[in-house]
Ligand binder design. Structure first.
Ligand SMILES: [Zn+2]
Length: 286
């Protein structure tokens, strides 16, 4: 099963939403892999769009899918973001799902795709807090069906990796933090019109005083300690020089490489009932 042959099918794009079922049927004769980008809609400081994480996940899945000839679903923009709700009436704009709603949604998406004949599901995550709740549903999908379930985490909040020498903000300014240098640069690379650098404010994540001088090193990843949920660090202009090229090409290549590689893994789904038949919906007739 050669993934690359899918590129000769003449699809207008590899986004599932752009295709008809005839295309899906054709694709499934050549590949059983699909990317599922998923992120959030949440406040990202005064200078970034609420769609910031969705932009990251969409860009990665789209670039990887188009390059490798792998289908990708439209991005699931609803995520798990209770920490970004702020006070009632404050107007943060965040839309969050309860953890169980989120897990049920991911489960139904997965079971739908497996039902249609996809055997290898690669979730492309763009929002850090989704990771906190998703593990049980990934295992459930795998255990119940035998499908290969992979989870790809692009460089995003607090996950800088090989981009370390590209980012300019010092580590105590947490350049990879929520709405910081990394995300600002990602949004600039996507569409500079969506970034209001004139509104960006310098800010630092901070730990409670009782943790002492180096406290942020030990608990900087706990969002609750950053009361204001950083409005962002305005290093985007500098990062813009190198970031889009390196970050874009790296992630695209990595996600694309993941798909053909997964072909070597054994994957023979045992059951393919549609979600409504799975028992998760007791109100539905059998
Ligand atoms: Zn974000």
């Amino acid at each position: 099963m050669a993934e690359r042959t899918t590129k000769s099918l003449g699809f207008p794009s590899f986004c599932m939403g752009d295709l008809s079922y005839v295309d899906i049927q054709q694709y499934l004769k050549h590949s059983d892999t699909i990317l599922i980008p998923k992120a959030s809609l949440e406040q990202h400081g005064p200078h970034l769009p609420l769609y910031c994480d969705t932009i990251t996940a969409t860009e990665v899945a789209q670039r990887a899918g188009e390059e490798a000839g792998i289908l990708y679903t439209p991005t699931i923009w609803m995520g798990y973001s209770p920490q970004h709700m702020r006070e009632p009436g404050w107007g943060a704009g965040t839309i969050t799902l309860r953890a169980d709603t989120y897990l049920n949604m991911i489960y139904d998406v997965g079971r739908s795709l497996i039902h249609h004949g996809f055997n290898r599901l690669i979730f492309v995550n763009g929002h850090g807090s989704n990771v906190k709740v998703i593990d049980p549903v990934l295992r459930k999908l795998r255990n119940e069906t035998g499908a290969l379930i992979a989870y790809y985490k692009p460089y995003a909040e607090r996950y800088i990796g090989m981009l370390k020498d590209v980012l300019e903000g010092p580590v105590e300014e947490t350049p990879g933090w929520h709405a910081g240098e990394l995300e600002t640069s990602q949004c600039l690379a996507h569409n500079p019109d969506l970034v209001r650098l004139d509104r960006a404010q310098a800010d630092k994540a901070h730990a409670p005083k009782w943790l002492g001088e180096q406290g942020w090193r030990r608990c900087g990843h706990l969002a609750g300690f950053h009361r204001r949920h950083p409005p962002g660090v305005s290093h985007g202009a500098a990062a813009r020089r190198q970031f889009p090229r390196r970050n874009g090409s790296f992630r695209q290549e990595r996600a694309a490489r993941g798909s053909p590689r997964s072909r070597g893994l054994s994957c023979h789904p045992r059951r393919r009932p549609a979600p409504a038949q799975s028992g998760l919906h007791p109100s539905c007739p059998a």
